[in-house]
Design a protein around this ligand. Structure first.
Ligand SMILES: [Zn+2]
Length: 385
């Protein structure tokens, strides 16, 4: 059974609207004040306009190093979704806690917070760090600031547990998510005078074709990474806009695309290939219109994650969850960023990704109880592995 205190904290967090484009400061201040009541200070790092913050706190100050419990405070929106319950209601019904962010991933944060007193007075040889970020859902922007702040402050965590919903099965790999926008500037003309124009849609389409060719190449040639639903890297174009009339050669076109690269692949190289292909088209465009060309914007770059069965933190997560083996997940998380900062990391949290981002999102109380037992076990741990 989940304790009333942990459930109440999870409900309190769900009731706060922290959709990614909103401020998360109400929630961050609530956590800061809760920790302050235990005598624990929080480090906050803000976004540029100070409307959002990450929170980092250490329970067990003075111990040589600590294990991070990492969660993001933002949620996806629910516009247009058919909910039968209030997304901010945090209603408990039929053994489930309903609400936006219940599974992804406020319940994890609530349970972690409910154990703060235990972590504080634990005899474990390591401290517990709480690391709660903003803007994970739109590109892991907050946690990049948080990790940079830790580096600058000389904090060197031992390990990290990212509490994304894995049904409490420790996950040691996921693909990366790299999204870009390509804006194409051509030169308009009456469509009877095409030689004097640069057709932005047609130029964009050539690059789109290249992305498609690359996707087919991954499927054909890439060494398989077994365990993923799609065991090779993928590429796809998600949006395409351009053109104003049938008889006007379009001046502008724009498309957005993504790569989901295997942990063994290299998304930077993929993007470089697209850019190089586009650049090679530009000289011909410039002969008609010097201002024509391609402009690329990065939307988000979330690195893939590859942990290890042999990492102490993975063995710890297996022991605490009681699961016999690790898994892989299909979604992106902050894990690759922690790992790339030199911190051994595992992903393990309550609830299922099946319910995340969906109408009537929920996390079962059974999962919450398992998460609470995991955390209580962590507080009682005598060693990491
Ligand atoms: Zn999430």
């Amino acid at each position: 059974m989940i304790s009333p205190h942990a459930l109440e904290l999870a409900q309190t967090l769900v009731r706060m609207n922290t959709v990614s484009h909103h401020s998360n400061l109400e929630l961050i201040h609530f956590i800061r004040d809760h920790l302050a009541s235990l005598g624990v200070a929080s480090r906050l790092t803000f976004n540029a306009d100070k409307t959002k913050a990450n929170l980092f706190a250490t329970l067990g100050e003075g111990k040589p190093a600590g294990v991070i419990l990492s969660g993001h405070t933002d949620t996806v929106p629910w516009d247009g979704q058919e909910w039968t319950t209030d997304p901010l209601g945090a209603v408990v019904r039929d053994g489930r806690l309903y609400g936006r962010g219940s599974a992804d991933m406020k319940a994890f944060i609530g349970v972690a917070l409910s154990q703060a007193g235990q972590f504080l007075h634990s005899d474990a040889p390591f401290a517990i760090h709480l690391a709660f970020s903003y803007e994970e859902e739109i590109g892991c922007f907050g946690v990049k600031e948080l990790i940079a702040d830790l580096r600058d402050a000389g904090v060197r965590p031992l390990a990290c547990i990212v509490g994304e919903p894995t049904s409490m099965v420790p996950a040691i790999a996921h693909k990366g998510v790299y999204r870009y926008k390509c804006c194409v500037r051509g030169k308009e003309a009456h469509s009877s005078l095409t030689p004097h124009s640069v057709n932005a849609i047609e130029m964009a389409a050539r690059v789109v074709g290249r992305v498609r060719d690359m996707a087919e190449g991954f499927e054909r040639d890439e060494p398989r990474f077994e365990g993923f639903d799609v065991p090779f890297s993928t590429a796809s174009v998600g949006q395409f806009h351009g053109g104003i009339a049938d008889n006007v050669v379009p001046r502008d076109a724009e498309f957005r695309y993504e790569f989901r690269d295997l942990p063994t692949a290299n998304a930077a190289q993929m993007q470089a290939e697209v850019v190089a292909y586009a650049r090679a088209l530009e000289p011909a465009m410039h002969r008609v219109a010097p201002q024509a060309g391609f402009r690329f914007e990065t939307i988000c770059e979330i690195p893939s994650f590859l942990g290890s069965k042999d990492d102490e933190v993975t063995r710890l997560a297996l022991r605490l969850s009681g699961e016999p083996q690790t898994t892989l997940v299909a979604f992106g998380t902050e894990a690759g960023l922690f790992k790339n900062a030199g911190i051994p990391t595992v992903v393990c949290g309550p609830g299922s990704i099946q319910q995340a981002h969906q109408p009537d999102e929920y996390v079962s109380l059974e999962q919450l109880a398992r998460c609470e037992a995991f955390m209580a076990g962590l507080a009682r741990s005598r060693s990491l592995g």
